[in-house]
Design a protein around this ligand. Structure first.
Ligand code: CP
Ligand code: NVA
Length: 304
């Protein structure tokens, strides 16, 4: 695997290989078995948006793999002053062994991959969040034992998380239902992708319909990073798109709840549902570390 730019680029086999390796690395990590697979390698981490989980899990992951990570803030890099991404990519390729980037436009990530000569990993764009969804899939399989016969439901904004969950969920064989307001639907590229899956994918603007018999429920913030100016407008548009007791009673009795975090209690999810499922949600957050280590190995290990 050369890069991780978006879930659309991955085959089902590649996703399963990442998840299997992630499970193995998690097991080894828990059992004190060291795995310095990326000894001596350096990952550059470019952040044009805030982060808690992505930054800390990538940095720790590189350390656990025997390498190191460099935090590169947009505020300090020349890229923030207009140096073209084409030049940044060619320069950084000569110092680093891989780049993780969190930014706004998906094109910037694709350009880094095109002009650079080292693996590029997408740590979130406005279009998608593949690292998060790999951790989410890992968590679902950990709790449910399989993807077969499961229904995933996403309630809320048709944003980067929705785009990636739809693609990831369908690729591993789950049924996927999404409830979002008509004006906040997922990206057209993703909706086109769903067409080959027939009625395994459904989209509605009625949350209770989408949640019916779901095995795993997802939501995400109503206002993503970069959209803060629209916060009040979005609060009105998304009122009713909340994971609460009513939604939970439409889902299967043993349904899981997942949230990429950070969560806004009493907006997209109630405090009560969040805390009742905190165990699954924080395991999901932990699995960012293991899933991303698998991605780092798959993209950066030299002799594969
Ligand atoms: N879920 C997620 O990507 O969290 P951060 O924004 O804290 O990295
Ligand atoms: N949709 C959110 C996800 C944060 C991890 C955002 O882009 O801000």
């Amino acid at each position: 695997m050369k890069h991780l730019l978006k879930m659309l680029d991955l085959s089902t086999d590649e996703i399963m290989e990442i998840l299997n390796l992630a499970d193995q690395l998690k097991y080894e990590n828990k059992n004190g078995i060291t795995h310095h697979i990326l000894k001596g390698q350096t990952l550059g981490m470019i952040f044009q948006k805030s982060s808690t989980r992505t930054r800390v899990s990538f940095e720790t992951g590189m350390y656990q793999l025997g390498g190191q990570a460099l935090f590169l803030s947009n505020r300090d890099l020349q890229i923030g002053r207009g140096e073209p991404v084409q030049d940044t990519a060619r320069v950084l390729s000569r110092y680093l062994d891989g780049i993780m980037i969190r930014t706004f436009e998906q094109k910037e990530v694709e350009d880094l991959a095109e002009y650079g000569s080292i693996p590029i990993i997408n740590g979130l764009t406005d279009f998608c969040h593949p690292c998060q969804v790999l951790a989410d899939l890992m968590t679902i399989r950990e709790f449910k034992g399989t993807f077969n016969g499961l229904k995933m439901c996403y309630i809320g904004d048709g944003n980067n998380m929705a785009n990636s969950l739809i693609v990831g969920g369908l690729k591993v064989g789950m049924d996927v239902s999404i409830a979002c307001p008509d004006d906040y639907q997922p990206d057209k590229q993703v909706l086109d992708f769903t067409k080959q899956f027939g009625d395994k994918f459904t989209m509605t603007n009625v949350p209770l319909e989408a949640a019916k018999d779901a095995d795993v429920l997802f939501t995400d913030v109503w206002t993503s990073m970069g959209e803060e100016a629209e916060t009040e407008k979005r609060k009105i548009a998304f009122a009713g798109y909340q994971i609460n007791d009513e939604i939970m009673s439409a889902a299967k009795p043993d349904a899981m709840v997942q949230h990429c975090l950070p969560a806004h209690r009493e907006e997209e999810i109630t405090e009560k549902v969040f805390e009742a499922h905190a165990n699954e949600i924080f395991e999901e957050a932990e699995n960012r570390l293991h899933a991303q280590k698998a991605v780092l190995v798959k993209t950066m290990k030299k002799d594969q």
